[in-house]
Structure formats: structure tokens, C-alpha cells
Design a protein around this ligand. Structure first.
Ligand SMILES: [Mg+2]
Length: 174
């Protein structure tokens, strides 16, 4: 059993995915990354071309050192999810991932051929991305959300609770 505090504690808190370099992950023995999509890699409901050159460079760096990446998103817009994953040359779980449930993340690990102890879970939400990854014993990386636009339940319920739990531990915005 996991303690609640362990489930709610990211392994690492950074400003953005690009602060968590491919070399850093490689040195930690990470061979695979399961990533959230919205507000982690691009702004929530951002256009397909809203991804920044920096994030594309980060994905290329991971590819360069042989770290596979798979999207596991709670989005219901599965066509957009598939299109973005294909355009970035990464894999994706072709259904709503259901985080913090672990089935979607496990599916991603299967697609990557990775074990949880050698994989990182990257996301902007404590109660979905971090709790999901921590249940599996993954290296969990919490990033600041890329935009303040988000699902109304996230904005009104999850974020205030996150602030309580994290007590200011979020990375400072640049
Ligand atoms: Mg997100």
C-alpha cells in the first residue's frame, strides 16, 4: 500500500518539460516517458501547431538518446490526440486514459515495452498525472500548466486542492 503523501508527492517539480532534459532522464535510468498532453506539451485545447519549438526539440532529444515517448491523456478528443502523436512521431494510448487510474498508463508502458521503474510520468496535474504514475512506482515529473485555460472542474476544484497539498512547491514561472 502507498501512503497518501507518497501518492501526492512528485519525484521532481519543474517549470516545464524542457527543464527535464533527455540526458538527465537517461542518467536516472529512464528508458521511456509517458506524457500527459494538454497543458503539459501544449496549451489546453491549443491548435495542433501550438506546440513550441522547445517542446519539439525536447521530444527530438529524447528520441536521440533512445527514450520512447507515449501520450496518455484524459482527453475525449481522440482524433486530435492521434493526430498530434503521429505528427510528433510518438505513440499514444488510443482511448481516454482514465488517470489517476493506472490502466491507461500501463497501456502506454506496454506500447513502449517499458517497466514502470524505468519510466517517467510527466504531467501538469497532481491528482491525475502524479497520482497515476506514483501508484505504479514511476519517476513522476510535475510541470507548471502551459495555460490557465482548462477543464472547468480542474480550474475550480483540482487546482485549489493542489495548491493546498503542494503548499507553494510548484516551480516558479519564468
Ligand atoms: Mg494536463
Amino acid at each position: 500500500m502507498f501512503s497518501l503523501s507518497r501518492l501526492l508527492t512528485p519525484s521532481l517539480i519543474v517549470r516545464a518539460v524542457t527543464d527535464c532534459s533527455a540526458v538527465f532522464l537517461q542518467e536516472r535510468g529512464i528508458t521511456a516517458v509517458v506524457s500527459d498532453l494538454d497543458n503539459t506539451l501544449l496549451p489546453y485545447h491549443g491548435a495542433d501547431d501550438a506546440v513550441s519549438p522547445e517542446v519539439l526539440g525536447w521530444l527530438a532529444d529524447l528520441h536521440g538518446v533512445g527514450i520512447g515517448v507515449c501520450l496518455a491523456s484524459n482527453t475525449t478528443r481522440l482524433g486530435r490526440l492521434a493526430r498530434l502523436a503521429a505528427s510528433w512521431g510518438i505513440s499514444h494510448v488510443p482511448r481516454t486514459a482514465g488517470k489517476p487510474g493506472t490502466a491507461g498508463i500501463r497501456h502506454a508502458l506496454d506500447l513502449l515495452g517499458a517497466e514502470p521503474q524505468n519510466a517517467a510520468m510527466v504531467g501538469d496535474q497532481l491528482f491525475t498525472d502524479m497520482v497515476g504514475g506514483n501508484q505504479l512506482g514511476m519517476f513522476t515529473v510535475l510541470v507548471n500548466p502551459l495555460s490557465t485555460h482548462e477543464f472547468v472542474g480542474t480550474r475550480l476544484v483540482s487546482r485549489p486542492l493542489e495548491r493546498l497539498v503542494l503548499r507553494g512547491a510548484r516551480a516558479r514561472p519564468q
